[in-house]
Design a protein. Sequence first.
Length: 233
Amino acid sequence: MPARNTETVLARYTKQTFCLTGHEQFPYCFLGSATAVRWHDKYFLLWCRHQTKDYAPDDVTIPIEDGKILVSGSRLLFVSTDSSSIDEDFNDLQAMEFAPENYQSPNLESAFFPIQESDAWNGNSDTQFYLFGYPTEYRSVDYEIPHVHLKQVVTTGNYIGASHARHVHRIKITGKTPFSQDGLSGGPIYHIARDRNSYFVGLAGIMIRGGNQHVYFIDVRFILSLLRSAWPA
């Protein structure tokens, strides 16, 4: 695609979660971001357990059709844990599978980022990162009008180093406009790289927490290992 269109295209894969509260006056709760990805012929949403721990899976939804319809997935998946990994940060990751045939949305597939293993971040620290998400401070909700205004941000980051936690890394936000990192959990981090033919964009990971202009994310290589075990190619 033309380079000038890259940000616009990547933006559609980052979702604001709409958690259904069951409250007539305040029907939604907004708990951070989520990332829509495609792995071969499977479509699913990635985010963090801590974001929606108080909500049933069917109450975690994302908007489609230009925000006119809210949909939930058909199957919720967790990271398998044992005694050696029970306290690891990567246990916060979860996925919800979406079967396109269950929705009357002809363009649903285009809202999921196609993960290519060859394009995924390989751990190179000398790379440019791009972060997408829905910061809490940029959200405006008025149930009397009613009106929900959500602003997505994209910003850049530089690699700081691996965390003490397994499969977790830290980057520093380098964008010129400072903002609180609250609301970025579940959002994607992409990297830009180059091969013999051209530049390309690949997934680097999923954000799990942040603060003071720093963000921690789960390595895409760990995510790919989970996808391979859950859905063999």
